[in-house]
Design a protein around this ligand. Structure first.
Ligand SMILES: [Zn+2]
Length: 327
């Protein structure tokens, strides 16, 4: 695997366990047991000199469509919510093109209602849809301002979004918008209606399979296995997508018919896992070496969610990794 080491401090940049949480790593904690790269800031002004605001840790998962956050980041989100953090899902577009029979207006309405149900099932702090045209999102200046204002209002400690080389034009535009907002979040006279964020968030990229211009690097790996059933429960909220549009788009309508009653939970979950956990199974294989490096002695799980640190946000430090993956 090609690893881009430009950002790393020190060759290999593997920190000794005792230095990982400010020299106070507790024996037996996950973080203490991991080996992790150290990151330095690339943008000026995004270094870690400003302390955290009080209150619960907040995470914003910013996807292009009203199911991206659920599918790609659902297990990590459940883990973070279990830790007592607040997680908000965002869809920048209204998802109106995501159906083969309903009209775009009907689809947009249906999907909005389904995300509200998904928010309940995941235990989210909200599922916002900004309403950009599905399949037509352009990273304009207006959208940059809107996205930045929304981020500032929520004041997240962490953001997760798409990379700018993912398969869908809306995903790439979303990644660009977040990347373009990154440094500007802390500039007070820009978009003054939403107060600047003094401590900028760490930005992570969610997983995709693209290799050009470079394959994703797995800086954070999560064992998704323990969360898969609850993740399926969350996906099931979006009936128009997982039992209608997506099977039609993929030519798998017969599978849905064969599924019968989706209230048969074990059967339903088996179906959802079969078609939607592939990315997590693939990343477990693709990042097996990274897993062994980060969690020495811990067997590689069957399902993994992988995240890459973006250079456009604050560089994460030991405390951030303790907050996100410590136990
Ligand atoms: Zn999408």
């Amino acid at each position: 695997m090609n690893i881009n080491r430009r950002n790393f401090l020190g060759a290999g940049a593997v920190a000794a366990a005792s230095t990982l949480v400010g020299g106070k790593a507790s024996a037996g904690s996950t973080v203490a047991a991991t080996k992790r790269r150290r990151f330095v800031g690339s943008c000026p002004g995004v270094i870690n000199t400003i302390g955290r605001r009080p209150g619960p840790t907040r995470i914003m998962v910013i996807g292009a469509h009203p199911d991206d956050a659920d599918i790609i980041c659902g297990c990590f989100s459940l883990k973070l919510i279990e830790k007592g953090y607040k997680v908000k899902f965002v869809s920048i577009t209204d998802g109106r093109m995501g159906h083969q029979r309903l009209t775009p207006d009907e689809t947009a309405r249906t999907r909005r209602a389904e995300t509200l149900e998904a928010a309940k099932r995941f235990g989210l702090d909200g599922y916002d849809i900004y309403g950009a045209p599905d399949c037509g999102l352009i990273p304009t200046y207006e959208w940059r301002c809107r996205v930045a204002a929304e981020i500032r209002k929520y004041e997240p400690d962490y953001i997760i979004t798409h990379r700018t080389c993912d398969y869908h034009a809306d995903h790439r535009a979303t990644g660009t918008l977040v990347m373009d907002a990154g440094y500007l979040l802390g500039v007070p006279h820009w978009v003054p209606e939403a107060p600047a964020q003094r401590r900028r968030p760490v930005i992570f990229y969610m997983s995709d399979a693209f290799t050009v211009p470079k394959e994703m690097r797995a800086d954070v790996l999560i064992d998704a296995g323990p969360y898969l059933d609850r993740w399926c429960e969350g996906l099931d909220a979006q009936v128009s997508q997982f039992y209608d549009w997506l099977p039609w788009d993929m030519g798998r309508e017969d599978e849905v018919r064969a599924l019968g009653d989706r209230k048969d939970i074990p059967r339903r979950n088996a179906y959802l896992k079969k078609y939607w956990s592939g990315r997590k199974r693939r990343d477990a294989v693709r990042y097996a070496d990274a897993w062994r490096e980060q969690y020495p002695g811990k067997p590689v799980p069957e399902f993994v969610e992988a995240y890459e640190v973006s250079e456009y946000g604050r560089a994460p430090n030991d405390e951030d990794f303790r907050i996100l993956i410590g136990e």
